[in-house]
Design a protein around this ligand. Structure first.
Ligand code: ZN
Length: 510
């Protein structure tokens, strides 16, 4: 065995431990440079982790079972140096593997520190011109920094990357599970280069700094192609960039996977089986409305029905469906898109969002004349969606005729499975969840059907009655579903409050 000389499996003499096994190990953060290219799975599977190099150059490895020599020999052979083994519990090793993952993620910070070294010759020389300091090495540092930031954002399931110029540098934040988290702070001297690099990558005009600009970019991250939409907006400290990583919100594009109950899915299926009418998903920004529509499209038979979408932007490709992008650089809006798509003989149309009078009117009329329309309305509740349509000048009779159902939706963060079990010891989370205590999200859904009582209230434009009827129709409110998740430890009470606010409906539960 190649590593045999390093581990001497024949050593357990006199019933003792092999002499390369030490006791009394105290936990420390593993040096990520040792075996940096070995996947964590190897360490998890074999319950061991290399930690440091000792003064003689041997690598110190901590193992839960130091007598299981095969993986230790493999590791020694791979590293090409003798190893010294210490013992630690499974729990300790699991935590050290997480610490190693976190330490590897700090590589972006490292690039910034490396680039900082190029400051010193300039500082030492006193009057050396700034441009000279910038030649060569630092530019490549910027390229590496941008690449690392994008890769790191993908690794930690971010949906957006924000580059926010400040007086003294650029603050870089990731949106993960719907919330922004600080990632890095880049020094001021990198500011312009960082912005220029991204704009060049996205084919944007780098000389235009004082007007808003949009761009897009296709990259491959760890073998996976990905589209990024970029928006640049001028601020007093420089251009602010937001990179949206399309399709990277970490949500399942499947109704059950999104957390919808079987009962609700059956009702949704009944609506999707119709040949006309309208299904609306209502919720605030970032509540996953569009993902729910995609999940609905995935349930339809694209082979026998002509399905067309009009979106801003196209976030996710649905097999067999024609998807049209509006907004952005295109001058076509939702209403124009809808009008031209109606000439394409559609059976089913998904309209990304109804937010203007014209789109509302065309969509409702199409839903009346043999098209099934799926859409979203930016509002907090089902009655709010009806109110919004009325505000947009939609006809009450048309609303009653066409709307089949309204789904009310929110997204709630789930407790991190890695650290929620040992929350009592370390309430601050773990590297897996970036010390937030949350990892992943699930949906809260309520579907209301447009039955005769509902239509009657809309016809009479009695909004108070409408709300009462809708609330009476569904027993399981979003809050009841969320509180159940909190009771079973899948989320926290604080998260329920964050998503649903204070409880206005207390009296309803009596
Ligand atoms: Zn965690």
């Amino acid at each position: 065995m190649p590593g045999g000389d390093s581990l001497s499996p024949d050593l357990p003499a006199a019933g003792g431990m092999p002499d390369n096994i030490q006791s009394g190990f105290t936990r420390r953060i593993p040096d990520p440079a040792i075996g940096a290219d070995i996947p964590s799975e190897f360490f998890k599977l074999n319950r061991l982790i290399p930690v440091s190099r000792d003064s003689t150059g041997h690598v110190v490895v901590v193992a839960a079972d130091p007598l299981d020599t095969i993986p230790l020999d493999m590791l020694a052979a791979y590293l090409g140096v003798p190893i010294v083994v210490s013992f630690a519990s499974d729990n300790e090793i699991r935590r050290m593997i997480l610490d190693r993952t976190a330490a590897l993620r700090k590589s972006a910070t490292q690039i910034l520190q490396d680039s900082g070294r190029y400051d010193q010759p300039g500082d030492a020389a006193g009057r050396q011109p700034k441009e000279l300091i910038w030649s060569g090495a630092d530019e490549s540092a910027v390229v590496r920094l941008v690449n690392t930031v994008i890769t790191e954002a993908v690794d930690c399931r971010a949906s957006d990357i924000h580059f926010e110029p400040e007086r003294n540098g650029v603050r870089i934040r990731y949106r993960i599970d719907g919330l922004l988290q600080d990632a890095l702070h880049s020094p001021d001297r990198l500011k312009e280069y960082l912005v220029s690099r991204i704009k060049v990558m996205a084919g944007m005009d780098i000389s235009r700094r004082h007007q808003p600009q949009d761009g897009s970019l296709s990259v491959t991250v760890k073998g996976n192609p990905m589209d990024i939409r970029i928006s640049a907006v001028p601020t007093p400290f420089g251009e602010r960039l937001v990179l949206r990583l399309l399709g990277r919100h970490g949500l399942s594009v499947d109704l059950a996977g999104l957390g919808m109950t079987r009962e609700t899915i059956q009702s949704v299926d009944a609506i999707l089986a119709q040949t006309s009418g309208m299904l609306i998903v209502a919720g605030p920004t970032g509540s996953g409305k569009t993902t729910t529509l995609y999940a609905c499209l995935n349930r339809l038979d694209a082979a026998t029905r002509n399905i067309i979408t009009i979106e801003d932007p196209v976030e996710y490709q649905v097999p067999g469906v024609s998807q049209v992008q509006v907004g952005g650089k295109q001058s076509m809006g939702f209403a124009d898109g809808l009008r031209s798509m109606l000439r394409q003989d559609p059976d089913i149309m998904m309209v990304g969002e109804i937010r203007d009078t014209e789109t509302a009117s065309i969509a409702l009329r199409s839903a009346l004349t043999g098209h099934l329309i799926l859409t979203t309305i930016h509002t907090g509740s089902p009655d709010g969606a009806v109110m919004r349509l009325l505000d947009l000048g939609a006809d009450r009779a048309l609303i009653c005729e066409t709307i089949s159902g309204i789904i009310e939706q929110r997204l709630i963060r789930l407790s991190c499975p890695e650290c929620s079990a040992r929350r009592s010891e370390s309430p601050a989370g773990c590297p897996e969840c970036r010390y937030t205590g949350f990892k992943g999200r699930t949906g809260l859904f309520r579907l209301v059907r447009f039955d005769e009582d509902v239509k009657d209230a809309v016809r009479r434009e009695n909004m108070k009655a409408l709300k009462t009827i809708l609330d009476r129709q569904s027993r399981s409110t979003l809050r009841i579903q969320a509180e159940m998740l909190a009771e079973t430890g899948q989320t926290t009470s604080a998260e329920v409050l964050r998503v649903l606010g204070d409880r206005p409906e207390t009296r309803e539960r009596e």
